[in-house]
Design a protein around this ligand. Structure first.
Ligand code: ATP
Length: 292
């Protein structure tokens, strides 16, 4: 059984509060995009629990540090079903890039196992329980477009009018999400701007969306990597309505009027930045993204 695990971007990201447990409450609009890992599953019921992972990516942990393994463990715990599972992870989403790749692999694993077992758990329950794996997993169970709050466990789907052409630029750098949050200094919340982003998506107003993109974590990551600021300028000069960093970085994306414009901009930036980045011309995709 094969399935696609799609990357996400954060169209806006507000840090609302620092909690006593060290986590931060966020208000963010997450969006699934057409860049994906391919997961191939072999699943059988078994007396003994077995999880075997393989991957084309040499740096990926293949034990229970991998979020696919944690998702499989969680599914077995929630259902009481004992499985022998083999999963091959064909990684395309850059790792530790702010694109939620590991979380998406976990969300995909939960959907696939649940489907395989005849849907014993409903998706809302799976999504809520999946926060035990990681903060971005509850969104990844659904995908699509959503306002996400708390540490990531509250997911409110946003109806979106049309798909959007994007250029994604990923510097070949890994960023530690933990270190970015540790250095983040709280300031005034930007609740109104989050609402404008949600409204722009509902109306299909891509210009308004582009003008209101923001990410509060950007200033922390840019201090370490000024290239992020340079990429934002390049995207704007190439005709983007707006450009911003995704998650804790270092990936940056620009929102373009259409895919043709995005394609031209991507070629131009890929040529100028060469091997220091990976570039993708992609569009947004809808939720419910399970595929055989
Ligand atoms: P986050 O913001 O959750 O830290 P990210 O989106 O920036 O994540 P990921 O690609 O999810 O980045 O990788 C973060 C870390 O998770 C990596 O250091 C990696 O070793 C670990 N990891 C565990 N499982 C996976 C997986 N299936 N795919 C990618 N990374 C994984």
């Amino acid at each position: 059984m094969q399935a696609k695990a799609y990357a996400k971007i954060n169209l806006c990201l507000d840090v609302v509060n620092k909690r006593a447990d060290g986590y931060h409450d966020l208000k963010t609009v997450m969006q699934t995009v057409d860049l994906y890992d391919s997961l191939t599953f072999q699943i059988k019921e078994s007396k003994e629990k077995k999880i075997k992972l393989t991957s084309n990516h040499p740096g990926l942990p293949l034990d229970c540090r991998n979020l696919v393994c944690r998702a499989a463990e969680l599914f077995m715990k929630l259902t009481g079903i004992c499985l022998d599972i083999e999963v091959h992870i064909q990684k395309r989403i850059p790792v530790a890039a702010g694109l939620g790749g590991g979380s998406s692999d976990a969300g995909c694993t939960l959907r696939v196992l649940n489907r395989w077992a005849g849907e014993p758990l409903d998706w809302a329950y799976l999504s809520v329980e999946s926060k035990a794996i990681g903060a971005d997993v509850p969104f990844a169970v659904y995908g699509g477009t959503a306002l996400v709050e708390g540490i990531g466990e509250q997911v409110f789907p946003i109806p979106k009018k049309e798909n959007i052409g994007l250029v994604l630029v990923c510097p070949r750098i890994s960023v530690s999400t933990k270190s970015v949050f540790q250095r983040y200094v709280l300031d005034d919340p930007m609740e109104e701007k989050v609402l404008v982003v949600a409204e722009a998506l509902k109306k299909g107003d891509i210009r308004l969306l582009g003008q209101n993109l923001f990410n509060k974590l950007e200033r922390v990551t840019i201090k370490d990597y000024p290239l992020i600021g340079e990429i934002k300028n390049m995207l704007m000069n190439a005709g983007a309505f707006g450009a911003v960093m995704s998650g804790s970085g270092p990936s940056v994306f620009g929102v373009f009027p259409d895919l043709d414009e995005a394609r031209k901009a991507e070629q131009n930036i890929a040529y100028r930045l060469g091997r220091s980045v990976r570039t993708f011309c992609i569009k947004t995709v809808e939720g419910v993204i399970y595929e055989q």
